[in-house]
Design a protein around this ligand. Sequence first.
Ligand code: HEC
Length: 134
Amino acid sequence: MKTRTTVALLLASLACHAETPQQIRQTYATEAAGQQAGFTPSAKRGEAFFRQRFANNDKMPGCFSCHTDNPLNAGQHAVTGKNIRPLAVASNAERFSDPAKVEKWFGRNCKEVVGRACTPAEKADFVAYMSEVR
Ligand code: HEC
């Protein structure tokens, strides 16, 4: 039931797309709290996740493989060499403003790098870090 409510909320937010990073973080945090009572997003955990090296993938072991060690900087795709604009909101005001885009890239990059979907808690922490890093 709770999951269904969250999915409905998420779909509603997908339909009207423009949101703030805070709203997007809140959607994931609410979903995470449904699985883990008292969950609060942590930029510190988000940073640790960003820096984590996942063993399953030599070519792109972590988020930093394309987004660099510093999310305030522009990145470069590890495979195609294409430029990637900074992930941090402080450097790129367009980040975490379109829930559909955020979901699409969490989906793609988590699967590729982590080898599974990211949890709502991981997403909330990640958005917290990208919103707060200066
Ligand atoms: C293989 C290269 C690559 C890796 C590794 C990678 N990303 Fe990305 N990421 C991209 C590209 C390409 C885009 C889309 C282009 C853009 O938005 O600049 C993107 C965009 C995103 C976005 C969209 C943000 C927004 O609001 O615009 C999120 C979220 C994201 N990545 C999260 C992650 C996470 C989490 C990891 C690690 C688990 C990760 N990425 C690892 C290439 C990568």
